[in-house]
Design a protein around this ligand. Structure first.
Ligand code: FAD
Length: 318
């Protein structure tokens, strides 16, 4: 029996959300007196032995380059076989795009109970109760998983990454056949920008209050000064002021950065659904009655065209 944490990676690098999942998986393992292991499908250039400091002793690797691109059908079979061959009883994913595609499929394939969007360590005092976020972060549910194998996907930014002693982890190669994918990746068009939106620590986002695409320079300047990613509200993307991959919210990308700065965004419930898991929210809006202020940790009532350049100048001085 063990806790197996899926390592998500792209471009040869392990994603930030995987370190949170590793720390979470190691803590669950410690709670239950089980070993924590990592599962890597494909290859990375990062130093795998360094994962030991997050509490995993072994990295189970299926060393096949065809697994470097996500194909949920192919990967589900590989993960299910890895779980069976390692004897893992708890499988942890990040609740990001990859985890959302894989965790339910893996759970169905293993006939395992599944909790998506977990926000805390399980309560094992009577059963295996996992707290999860529901209704776009408006409420929590406590779900008891009773199946022998349990699958959990962890909400990004809800469990602190814990790097402990520098104990190197060892790699164990798993001999699992990988079936041919029915999907062929012919090209990868990378989104321009300093930081991918879902991985960003800081996100600077603009709404219809910015009046038009020609005014996005102030958003980009602030994002640049903070090494942040840029995002936008849905009407902004729908009006083609910004590309659709920047649209956050209920129908867009859901993010949970440490800092979300909303400029000229009213704070409609559908927008909040995608950003309300951010650790800190700063709202800049000229209307003191804008609903977003109710969700904000800090608010600036003022004209964005006046406030944002001044803020950027001050940040550049730091
Ligand atoms: P507005 O509501 O027009 O707000 C603009 C804000 O800018 C106002 O608060 C105004 O006071 C402020 N402002 C104006 N000028 C300035 C200035 N000079 N300086 C500072 N502030 C200024 N929306 C999303 O964002 N994401 C979603 O995923 C999403 N999904 C949806 C799904 C459904 C089914 C539906 C019905 C709607 C969805 N919406 C979504 C739309 C959502 O309801 C809002 O209409 C939208 O979020 C409003 O965008 P906004 O805040 O940019 O624009």
């Amino acid at each position: 029996m063990s806790v197996l944490v899926y390592i998500d990676h792209s471009d040869g690098h392990i994603k930030k959300s995987s370190f949170e999942a590793l720390s979470y998986g190691a803590a669950v393992a410690k709670q239950l007196g089980l070993p924590a292991e990592a599962l890597l499908l494909g290859t990375v250039t990062d130093d795998l032995s360094a994962l030991g400091k997050y509490g995993v002793a072994t990295i189970q690797q299926v060393n096949n380059d065809s697994l470097n691109h996500l194909d949920a059908q192919v990967q589900t079979k590989v993960i299910a076989e890895a779980v069976q061959s390692t004897g893992a009883t708890i499988v942890v994913f990040s609740h990001n795009q990859t985890g959302k595609a894989l965790a339910p499929r893996v759970a169905a394939s293993l006939k395992a109970g599944l909790v998506t969007g977990a926000v805390a360590l399980p309560d094992t005092s009577s059963g295996f109760v996992v707290k999860k976020s529901v209704f776009s972060g408006k409420a929590f549910a406590n779900v008891n998983i009773t199946s022998p194998v349990k699958v959990i996907s962890l909400n990004p930014n809800s469990y602190k990454t814990v790097a402990g002693d520098d104990k190197p982890a060892s790699v164990n190669l798993l001999n699992i056949a990988v079936e041919d994918s029915r999907v062929k990746v012919t090209a990868v068009n990378k989104v321009k920008g300093e930081v991918p939106l879902t991985e960003a620590d800081i996100v600077v986002s603009g709404g219809r209050g910015l009046k038009g695409p020609e005014n996005w320079g102030i958003v980009e300047d602030l994002a640049h000064a903070l090494h942040a990613a840029t995002a936008c509200s849905r009407p902004v993307a729908d009006s083609h002021w910004r590309p659709h991959h920047e649209h956050v919210g209920q129908t867009g990308i859901q993010i949970a950065p440490n800092l979300y700065i909303a400029i000229g965004i009213s704070g409609a419930i559908q927008h909040l659904a995608g950003v309300n898991r951010s650790k800190h929210i700063v709202v800049i809006n000229k209307d003191p009655e804008a609903p977003f202020f109710k969700a904000a940790d800090y608010g600036i009532v003022g004209d964005a065209f006046d406030v944002v350049p001044k803020l950027t100048e001050e940040i550049k001085k730091i």
